[in-house]
Write a protein that binds this ligand. Structure first.
Ligand SMILES: Nc1ncnc2c1ncn2[C@@H]1O[C@H](COP(=O)(O)OP(=O)(O)OP(=O)(O)O)[C@@H](O)[C@H]1O
Ligand SMILES: [Mg+2]
Length: 317
């Protein structure tokens, strides 16, 4: 990380903070273009590559760039005797099932650890039942225990709105209060990520006026488009060393298009794709056994008939 403050790089980093990435960045949205720069910023490069394995997720890629730039510049500021400010990094992830929220939270935990923001960088996923107890005082105790274990890492609360389920008298409220207190007292010891469906999360935040400002980073995980889902199909098959026939590709695309329309709100996006691919692999195996076809070409090829959506065991949501 030597001499970062030359005018060329300084210009780029300003661009990041101004959110005008796509105008100035290379086609892949990367902060650095030359091999030399990429090597110099190897942590960012590694995480960019990791995120490149996933389709879409542009907002996440941008956030990682921003955090990297900020921490990098902070180091340079410290070297010049300037203040290096801390920031609150608690986040809200809003989106439907299978849109990548848990996957991204795990990556962010690792990233923040490697950048020296989180001491341990472990990832702890909990839900209402892990935080809320059964009698007065039990909830605060349970939540505090979870917070203790999460210290130095990322605490990820899925379906966070369920904490507000029972209203004022419910113990969920006690869990929220305990979390908020920990966010005040141990502001920089852990990162709290609340996740859930957009609509429910918005409602939850509106019920707790003190909450939204404590989560300065909100990321939307939109439903993937048909093209993005097809890209996932291709990547998942290619990773597993399968090749899809063109007929098979049309067949899956048509199905996804229909399912997306019918089940817009509950459709489980990336998880659904993974499940249909895995079912397809099983059905191809059954077909090959029946056909007695074990040559390399047959083993590689996935056909239209390996995706029997009308009799599929895979749940859409
Ligand atoms: N952008 C993506 N590219 C490739 N695969 C993806 C992508 N997003 C999600 N997936 C796949 O979908 C699966 C589900 O993703 P993940 O568990 O992160 O979703 P989620 O938003 O946490 O879902 P839920 O709200 O149901 O917990 C992952 O195992 C991953 O394989
Ligand atoms: Mg999840």
């Amino acid at each position: 990380m030597s001499n970062p403050v030359n005018s060329k790089k300084r210009g780029r980093i300003n661009v990041v903070l101004n959110h005008k990435l796509n105008e100035k960045f290379g086609q892949n949205g990367s902060l650095f273009q030359t091999e030399e720069e990429k090597e110099e910023h190897d942590i960012l490069t590694r995480f960019e590559r990791k995120l490149e394995e996933y389709v879409g997720l542009e907002e996440v890629k941008r956030l990682v760039n921003e955090i990297y730039a900020w921490l990098f510049i902070n180091k340079r500021r410290e070297e010049q005797g300037l203040k290096a400010s801390k920031q609150v990094l608690h986040m809200i992830f809003k989106g439907n099932p299978g849109t990548g929220k848990t996957t991204v939270a795990r990556i962010i935990a690792e990233f923040l650890h490697e950048m020296g923001v989180l001491a341990k960088g472990h990832f702890m996923e909990v839900e209402r039942a892990d935080l809320v107890g059964e009698y007065i005082g039990h909830t605060a105790q349970k939540t505090r225990e979870v917070l203790k274990k999460a210290s130095g890492g990322v605490l990820f609360i899925d379906e966070a709105y369920s904490l507000a389920r029972g209203g004022e008298k419910d113990f969920g409220k006690e869990a929220i209060d305990t979390l908020v207190k920990a966010m005040e007292d141990h502001q920089h010891d852990f990162v709290l990520i609340l996740a859930g469906y957009s609509r429910e999360m918005d409602y939850f935040l509106s019920l707790n006026p003190g909450l939204p400002s404590r989560f300065p980073i909100a990321i939307d995980f939109p439903n993937y488009t048909t093209d993005e889902l097809m890209e996932m199909v291709r990547r998942m098959l290619s990773e597993r060393e399968y090749v899809l026939t063109q007929e098979g590709e049309f067949h899956i695309k048509e199905h996804i298009r229909r399912i997306r329309q019918e089940q817009e709100r509950t459709f489980s996006n990336g998880r659904y794709i993974r499940n249909i691919i895995e079912e397809g692999i099983r059905l191809q195996a059954v077909r090959l056994l029946k056909e007695n076809a074990f040559d390399r070409d047959s083993l590689l090829t996935m056909k239209r008939e390996d995706f029997k959506f009308h009799s599929s065991h895979v749940k859409v949501n």
